[in-house]
Unconditional design. Structure first.
Lengths: 244, 196
């Protein structure tokens, strides 16, 4: 059973079953790693912001570099109007990044490898962005679906395509992260299984492959968090600065 | 013996691999909705707390730290700029002072030079004048002497010649006749000796 590459994604209850009405909100391993990730983020950034020295120490530098990194990412993609949403995008980026990175530690659980988690995040972003768009531009936000400079003949088709692409945003956003995480971890598990099964004789090839994969997966973990955050910025940019 | 062991190992491993794939069943746990509500609940809770703490407590602090450092650095740069400008103006002043003093020194040098040259010239002139006067005086004296010398000589000559005549002849000779002769002679020889 332990050799099944899918068992690592199984969610199980830790402690007693908690039920609110008909809903089961028991504390699970997923909840545990969400809490660990959040606490780590808070711990690191609290340390990094505690004292302000002219010459920052390592942890302060880490916190400030992350701050400027996300801040620059937002101002580059969504402009200065997106400043009020900085805290949200920063939390989002850090949460996804730390969940991905914690998943890279052996025998841990990857929170972001679950479609429901990424979908809730993506759906929240989608709904939030849509609400912001309608508040900022009123019904004029619907112009987003009507690109300028398109021949009238093609317009109905284009509008339909635009609407479909807009509505598929939460799905593409969530599936991208979830699929990347799940595929990577599954592949690592499969190659790890090959190492065990091929043993001392043939196991070296999958072992070296597994080492390389670990590096790649760490890159993917960062990259997917970045992509998740930057796509959020781009959607926010559509809502804040209507360009179509 | 080793070969046999080797092949046995590979066979055994393949057997295990088959077992690994046989264990793969049941599909994706992600699509099992048993814990979906729990995950949504805990995600909302943890992410919400994370967002609130970050946005209310931590991020403003980091932002303030960054701003403070930025402004401090800016201030330092400005102060350095100011000090540089100050030093530049000081340097200019210093150079001006040196330039002025150089000009002053030159002027003083020139003045003293001119003064001394003037003094030397006046002194020289005075000396020249004095010398000229002395020369003139001497010349005058000489000319005076020249002028009166023949007369005196004549007188002496007349007196001596009258004395001589007295001794020689024993009679008084009229001085006027002697003087006429002496004059005549002295005119003749005076031209030879004095040559006016």
């Amino acid at each position: 059973m332990a050799a099944n590459p899918m068992t690592q994604f199984e969610v199980y209850r830790i402690g007693p079953e908690i039920k609110v009405g008909t809903f089961d909100i028991s504390f699970t391993n997923a909840s545990l790693f969400m809490i660990i990730s959040s606490l780590t983020i808070l711990f690191i950034f609290n340390l990094g912001s505690k004292k302000n020295s002219m010459l920052p120490n390592k942890i302060q530098l880490l916190a400030e570099l992350s701050y400027t990194f996300v801040s620059k990412m937002i101002s580059d993609t969504a402009g200065s109007k997106a400043k009020p949403y900085f805290a949200f995008i920063f939390s989002l980026f850090m949460f996804v990044l730390f969940c991905n990175m914690f998943g890279m530690i052996p025998y841990t659980f990857t929170v972001t490898s679950h479609i429901i988690v990424t979908f809730v995040l993506a759906a929240f972003i989608f709904i939030g962005v849509t609400i912001i768009g309608f508040i900022k531009h009123g019904l004029g936000y619907l112009k987003l679906f009507v690109p300028s400079g398109v021949p009238i003949v093609l317009l109905p088709l284009i509008v339909v395509i635009e609407i479909i692409s807009y509505l598929s945003r939460p799905i593409s956003l969530s599936v991208r992260l979830f699929a990347n995480m799940m595929a990577g971890h599954t592949m690592m598990k499969v190659f790890g299984g090959f190492v065990v099964s091929l043993g001392i004789v043939g196991g070296w090839l999958p072992l070296s492959f597994s080492v390389a994969l670990t590096g790649l997966e760490i890159l993917v973990a960062f990259l997917q968090a970045y992509v998740f955050a930057i796509l959020t910025c781009i959607y926010l940019n559509d809502a804040l600065n209507l360009h179509h | 013996m080793i070969k046999k062991y080797f092949f046995q190992l590979i066979f055994f491993n393949l057997f295990l691999t088959k077992k690994v794939f046989a264990a793969e069943s049941g599909g994706m746990p992600q699509l099992d909705p048993e814990f979906w509500v729990s995950q949504i609940f805990w995600l909302t809770l943890t992410f919400g707390i994370l967002y609130i703490v970050l946005s209310k407590l931590i991020l403003p602090k980091i932002s303030a730290n960054l701003e403070l450092r930025k402004s401090q650095i800016q201030e330092n740069i400005e102060a350095a700029e100011k000090q540089r400008e100050d030093s530049e103006t000081k340097l200019k002043e210093y150079e001006n002072i040196i330039f002025k003093t150089k000009i002053d020194a030159k002027d003083i040098f020139k003045e003293t030079k001119e003064k001394t040259i003037k003094e030397i010239n006046t002194k020289k002139e005075n000396l020249d004048n004095q010398i000229d006067e002395e020369i003139k005086k001497a010349e005058h004296e000489i000319s005076q002497l020249k002028k009166y010398a023949p007369e005196k000589i004549n007188k002496i000559a007349i007196e001596t010649s009258s004395e001589i005549l007295k001794v020689l002849i024993g009679a008084e000779v009229n001085n006027s006749s002697i003087s006429a002769i002496v004059d005549d002679l002295s005119k003749k020889s005076g031209e030879k000796y004095y040559g006016d």
